[in-house]
Design a protein. Sequence first.
Length: 532
Amino acid sequence: MNLEQILFQNESIIIETADENVYIKVLKKGYDLQTFNSIIKGFPRVSITLFVALKSALDNGLSTGIKIGELRPKIEVNVNSDKLSAYAILRLTDKEYEEHNKKQLVSEIIDAALTQNITFGIDINRIAENMKPMEKFEVAKGIEPVAGNDAVITYYEVKKSEPVLFQDGSVNHYELNLINKVEEGQWLGERIEPTEGTPGRNLFDEEVVALNGKQERLKYDRLSVKEVFDEKNNVTVLFAKRTGAVVFNNDQISVSNYIEIDGDVCFHTGNIDFDGFVDVKNTVEDNFSVVAENDIQILGAMGVGGADRIESREGNIYIRGGIAGKNKAKIIAKGDVYTKFASDCTIECEGTLNIGYYVMNCTIKAKEVIMESTSSKIIGGEVDAKIRVDVSELGSKAGIPTKINVEGFNRLEMKKEYEDMGTIIENLKEKMESLKKTMSKFKLDDMTNEDRFKMDVLDAEYYETKNRLSKLMNMRKKYSSFLKTKGEGEVKIRKATYPGVQIKIKDETIFIREQKNLQADYYWNGEKIIEE
């Protein structure tokens, strides 16, 4: 064996190299391994690979050369797995680096890169600026591919139905918009089309394919909405095919049946019974009726009088000016009812009755009755609610008989249903995420008929799940509001209660015999009504 170089020598050990291998001679047995490790740190090219041989030599004092490792290259260049960048490391001590000719060192680094077949992206200036001993530094960089932009979809924004109270001196307003009306040809949405990616170049001068942007499907009802491609701006635009009300079903935008009465419902129009949305710009005259499948809004400032019947079979009702019912008008809604005031009428709704200012001599049935104004009143008549009634003043100084009945609910059962809904909601979210990942594997612009069928099945399942999730979340939101009710049924009076008022919650009844000018809560807590 020809020894090329002695790296280290003292009275106990000799470390030598030959043919890129590292050997040790141990002149005195029992040499300390930790001391050996501190010595070897001064030789960055040495890599100990035969630890058992090393330990045996140190313990037993083997004076013949024992192979314990190998010499790593002075310059090591490695290409990243993406082939877009390469890094080098100089296995030199600080002293060796300082003594080395830097230009020659750069040249050697480039030669090492060429040995790895790197032919693109070598930057001599970057190498000269960044090279340091025993630290990784970049020697070559390719051009990364740039993915195309994904499609971006924007739809018409359906405004939330939330009433706004305005009290401006002598004029009170109760503003709301239930129906999102659009005209034929009006913009309903658009999709900015995906763009192609820009290819890159790797270190071996090969083209790196770029991903094109992902396509997204526009969801719309083809009977009421049309799409037009704007080639100049690379945008597909949705337009209404007809005048109507914008609705979303399973995330699909459509323009629903809509009728607009530009004035009154009267002898000129006859009674209205419509399979869609109804928008009355003024009023419904006495003895006439409006029945609709969806939302009804009556926008006249004077509201309605002795109308026969106003009914929404599946939606909500908004009467802007209030109801002066003349002991004839009947308002019925599957959802919520919103109005400025109500007198001498019957109102039945399966949701929340929202009234701005007062209720007088009415018969009311609702899930809950909420009156927001600080001057709101319920005087006379009878109110039946499932959950709660919230008003500023109850009754009148004249002692007009006023009945409030709250059926009440089982808090434990409702709380359990609320918690169960939370679990189901999380499961539905996970299912949607799983379906979305599965659908993302399909390329919309390159699909077989079989793939398209599978995609349609997944798509239908996804939006059915999303629709169920939306309904559950809305229901859970209502339950959250219900559970904030005190006890298991509540009547909240924020200002005053007058004689003649009867409050019944579940099976307990209280009669108010004298005026109380303080806030009062009457609620059922499982035993009795408590007044605070």
